[in-house]
Design a protein around this ligand. Sequence first.
Ligand code: NAP
Ligand code: ZN
Length: 358
Amino acid sequence: MEVTPNHTQTVTGWAAMDESGKITPFVFKRRENGVDDVTIKVQYCGMCHTDLHFIHNDWGITMYPVVPGHEITGVVTKVGTNVAGFKVGDRVGVGCIAASCLDCEHCRRSEENYCDKVALTYNGIFWDGSVTYGGYSSMLVAHKRFVVRVPDTLPLDAAAPLLCAGITVYSPMKQHGMLQAAGSRLGVVGLGGLGHVAVKFGKAFGLNVTVISTSPAKEREARESLKADNFVVSTDQKQMQAMTRSLDYIIDTVAATHSLGPILELLKVNGKLVLVGAPEKPVELPSFPLIFGKRTVSGSMTGGMKETQEMMDVCGEHNITCDIELVSTDRINEALARLARNDVRYRFVISVGGDSKL
Ligand code: NAP
Ligand code: ZN
């Protein structure tokens, strides 16, 4: 492992060392707290399906050892002399971004997520050339631009997944006008970490929400606990046909390769589908449902920093948190195995240094 000169702080973390995907304790160095930096004692870190993709090198871009984790909440323990917005003791969060150029048209609009020099919170290359390590670790040093405040009303454990799952669905919902379209009909494909937050945002903003799922066992809680208006089993052709041309928008959060054809048929003419799920192989996109319904397919990647803070504040106002299963650090592998087989309601959160409720 290459050592960068000012990386002097020893940190305990959990890393995958190779494609076997096994997570083991890993001690590494982080940079000293710079003038623009905030040091955070990590309390909780959500386990995103993206962590699984990186751990197993699904996308062919993993730099081992990889310390995953980009749904991080904790408490500030140190701030640099140029930091005005945060103080020691503040409850904060860090999501998917560690750095961006801060100067391009996207950074100036606080769309740092679309900066072509963006460095992700883990498996990214930071300004000093070091590889970034994520939130499966006891402590984090983050540039102030990429830290958000967590409203006092939100618990740090159930708020952690908002830093990725939350903003990843909030951003396209806002950009495509869904949050200003009460009464419109939204479909959410895949009821996992991202999907269950999309349902919550949809209901908070007055949309009529249909869950489109491969798991009939999720129907009851989708309706009763998440307040979904409708539930369709995507492998049941009759149920799918009954929904033809019924939805204004669809958010597709599925982590596995699948065909968009049957899903597109559910959209009304001019309907919009946003892909946020990132399967390792291309999804099948037949042209007929696009052409005959004048439908649009687009993508979206997490969100910018201003929007992430806004999303956190909206969650504070509407009391939106994630449905989580808290796991201790010695059960990370078990949780990853369950996440891989779609056995989680709806997000694992690692209790890294938080109060133990385990
Ligand atoms: P997750 O919790 O595992 O949820 C994914 C859901 O997809 C599952 O709950 C399941 O829902 C459905 N699913 C799983 N296997 C399926 C299959 N073979 N066919 C059809 N549906 C299947 O994952 P997540 O953390 O929400 O992440 C979802 C995807 O989004 C991942 O690929 C992740 O990398 C990506 N992601 C993208 C961004 C971005 O910026 N665009 C950000 C974060 C994550 P049902 O049981 O209801 O079918
Ligand atoms: Zn994520």
